[in-house]
Design a protein around this ligand. Structure first.
Ligand code: FE2
Length: 258
């Protein structure tokens, strides 16, 4: 089975990059399952019901989230209708939505789970290790795929070693910068520390350059708006065999020329 995981979609440029590139990649690479981190899809923070449906319509099968899951007003009221979305298992409020979705892909039960790291994150209710142990003991699936939405590469790499024998694909998200460390761990689990983002090329991780600069240089309390202009699409393609063993992982980066 071929899995495409698309990195954090940031605002309208990110959405446009998904809409423009996903149909072709899906077709050319014969992708069976498309997962996309969408926690920044609505103007850089959170998601709306409308954008959820646009991404599903574009060909995304499962949406993962992160620390901005509930940044848009009233998402908790509609999240149960968004049945292809998972939100971090170890982040409050825990009572809305689900952290794991089990779907049938080519006759295999595939579980997609979402967690956040502890380093520099707020609203963390327990460690991602405790949460993952519980998920594995409670979830019946042939293949486990995890999006660990976290800041620190060390935390993401340590997590990967802990679960490499029990998961087929573990990806990191959140930093918006694609790392070049894609690999197969323990001859079983495909992994990358960060998939990267879909968003504006001329930006600071998707945000307006001047606004971020004025925060760093002068401590200005400006609102960070989402950058516009040419876009980048980041993702990974992973092949998993019938026994749940990952056999390949390849980075994708499509950049519009500036
Ligand atoms: Fe994030």
């Amino acid at each position: 089975m071929k899995v495409l995981f698309i990195g954090d979609v940031v605002g309208s440029v990110g959405r446009r990059m998904v809409f423009e590139n996903l149909p072709r990649i899906k077709d050319e690479e014969k992708v069976d399952l498309v997962i996309c981190n969408a926690e920044n899809a609505a103007h850089g923070k959170g998601i709306t019901k409308k954008i959820y449906h646009q991404l599903i319509q574009a060909g995304v099968d499962v949406l993962t989230m992160g620390n901005h899951t509930f940044s848009k007003k009233n998402l908790e009221e509609v999240i149960d209708e968004l049945d292809r979305m998972v939100r971090p298992a170890n982040m409050s409020p825990t009572e809305y939505g689900k952290h794991t979705l089990v779907i049938d892909v080519d006759g295999k039960k595939v579980a997609v789970s979402n967690l956040i790291g502890e380093v520099f994150m707020i609203n963390v209710t327990e460690s991602c290790f405790q949460a993952m142990d519980r998920i594995l003991s409670e979830t019946k699936a042939d293949i486990h795929i995890v999006d660990l939405h976290a800041e620190a590469t060390s935390e993401k790499i340590a997590f990967t070693f802990e679960y490499a024998d029990r998961c087929s694909l573990i990806v990191g998200t959140h930093t918006h910068v694609q790392t070049a460390d894609e690999r197969i761990v323990n001859d079983h689990c495909a992994a990358i520390s960060d998939v990267g983002m879909c968003g504006a090329v001329h930006s600071v991780i998707g945000r307006d350059v001047d606004e971020v600069l004025s925060r760093f240089k002068y401590g200005a309390q400006t609102r960070f708006t989402v950058a516009e202009g040419k876009g980048i699409f980041c993702g990974i393609l992973c092949e998993i065999d019938d026994n749940g063993k990952a056999v390949s992982i390849k980075r994708i980066q499509i950049k519009e020329s500036e």
